[in-house]
Design a protein around this ligand. Structure first.
Ligand code: TYC
Length: 102
């Protein structure tokens, strides 16, 4: 570069800055009323889980109270939470879905 004033040549060095985005876990919570099959369906429909993985996650939540559906950027995680909560409400199930920063 040239500073245009004194004619001094200024050499600048650029550094490729690749900032990693903050990541968020999407979790589902256990309750006493939501049918197991409904939770499996949610995991297949909104989190692209196969039936085996969906069943494993659902049973983990059933026994431990909480479980991970996936890890996403903020906007994607927020969209998943809203989709699951809307779908559960539409079917009158109390299923809860939340996100937490990793
Ligand atoms: N505990 C529920 C039942 O016995 C099943 C269930 C599993 C509910 C996972 C919610 O996130 C959940 N029908």
């Amino acid at each position: 570069d040239n500073d245009g004033d004194t004619g001094t040549v200024v050499v600048t060095k650029t550094r490729p800055k690749t900032k990693r985005p903050n990541m968020y876990r999407v979790l589902i919570l256990n309750d006493d009323y939501t049918p197991m099959e409904f939770v499996v369906h949610v995991l297949e429909r909104f989190f692209q889980k196969n039936q085996e993985d969906a069943t494993r996650i659902m049973l983990h939540v059933h026994h431990h109270g909480v479980g991970e559906c996936g890890v996403f950027t903020y906007e994607v995680a927020e969209t998943k939470v809203t989709q699951v909560m809307d779908f559960a409400r539409k079917h009158q199930h109390p299923l809860q879905c939340v996100m937490e920063k990793k």
